[in-house]
Design a protein around this ligand. Structure first.
Ligand SMILES: [Mg+2]
Length: 359
């Protein structure tokens, strides 16, 4: 069995083609960490981490932190055991890890490579393709730019689109929905995301306005604050004409409370493979489907292709795909998990060198 023998980190700065954001935030740059874990038998697992809103520490500092609290455990360990271990969520144990997501992705990649299977197959999936929607992250774009962005997704073949709402002026929200309808067509699934802009009362009021104006909304995402479980349950009762998608901002325990409160129609999972699988299992027990939010390099496609009740996978066509030799393919409103061992994303070494920013 492969033993983890060495590592390499890359600090990457990727400028976005246009600012992305929502009713609460705006970003123009991705600060990423790319991790390579190598085994004694010559396999390399690749993992990623993303920090939005502020630069990651300089490479030397990242390495020092990693050496201090992760490497002593990883070095010489078995990559299968690292991928499968469940740690006890107690006390100072919670949230203490350095680059946990990059490590987790890299060890799952190693496991797939050792088994010579694409991750979605290792995780039990049989069909590499899943329904995908375009996600415009458009709150800071002008109407003109927004229209152009929608046009790009339409050209790519998307039949579902998610746009941002939550502007103080409800007319702005209505105008953007009208533009989405106009560009994507009335038959496209329309999702809207308020990123917690509203109180429960305002969310109910707006959703009724949207409905009365003739917009058939596939789901409303994060209308109110993440931990208002009672508010979500109330909302769900008062807007039966659409689905509530939430849970993106919650950890496992929050997702459990949300499901127990009866406050969700679609649970949003992404990030950690292990925790997303557990959350999807839990949602299934409540008879509730899941959706996958954006994941770095789109590797969540493997998770989506391996889970039984996935409505949709999000795609925003972001700059990280520049780092992939062959990015995950999106065609006819579907995403296709690469049929290569592991997550199947090979690094484009020229691009990695171009965007590397050690200090
Ligand atoms: Mg969202």
């Amino acid at each position: 069995m492969p033993t983890i023998a060495d590592y390499k980190l890359h600090r990457v700065r990727l400028e976005l083609a246009m600012p992305i954001g929502d009713s609460q935030v705006e970003f123009a740059v991705h600060w990423m960490t790319v991790m390579e874990l190598t085994t004694d038998d010559g396999l390399t697992g690749i993992g990623f981490d993303l920090q939005q809103g502020k630069p990651t520490p300089a490479l030397a500092q990242l390495e020092a932190q990693f050496e201090y609290n992760m490497w002593p455990v990883l070095k010489g360990s078995n990559s299968f055991a690292e991928a499968l271990r469940i740690t006890r969520p107690r006390g100072g144990n919670v949230g203490a890890a350095t680059l946990p997501q990059a490590v987790e992705t890299a060890v799952w990649d190693l496991m797939g490579k050792a088994a010579e299977l694409p991750l979605y197959r290792l995780l039990g999936g049989t069909n590499p393709s899943v329904p995908a929607y375009g996600s415009t992250l458009d709150f800071h774009l002008s109407d003109e730019e927004f229209r152009r962005r929608l046009g790009e997704f339409k050209t790519m073949g998307f039949e579902g689109i998610k746009i941002k709402v939550g502007h103080p002026d409800v007319e702005w929200d209505l105008k953007r929905m009208a533009i989405a309808h106009e560009v994507m067509g009335q038959d496209a699934d329309l999702m809207i995301d308020a990123n917690e802009a509203w109180s429960p009362k305002e969310a109910i009021r707006r959703c009724h306005i949207f409905q009365n104006e003739g917009f058939d909304i596939f789901w409303i995402e994060d209308p109110i604050t993440r931990e208002d479980y009672a508010g979500y349950a109330q909302l769900r009762g008062e807007i039966p004409f659409t689905r509530i998608n939430t849970g993106e901002y919650l950890g496992f325990s929050g997702k459990r409370r949300l499901l127990e409160a009866g406050g969700v129609d679609v649970v949003n999972v992404h990030g950690s493979f292990g925790m997303s699988r557990a959350a999807a299992h839990l949602a299934g027990d409540f008879g509730i489907p899941v959706s996958l939010g954006n994941t770095i390099m789109e590797i969540g496609v493997h998770l989506a292709a391996s889970l039984p009740e996935v409505l949709y996978l999000e795609f925003s066509d972001l700059a990280w795909n520049k780092l992939a030799k062959e990015p995950v393919k999106f065609e006819n409103s579907r995403a296709f998990a690469p049929d290569r061992p592991g997550h199947g994303i090979e690094l484009d070494r020229d691009a990695l060198a171009e965007f590397s920013c050690p200090e």
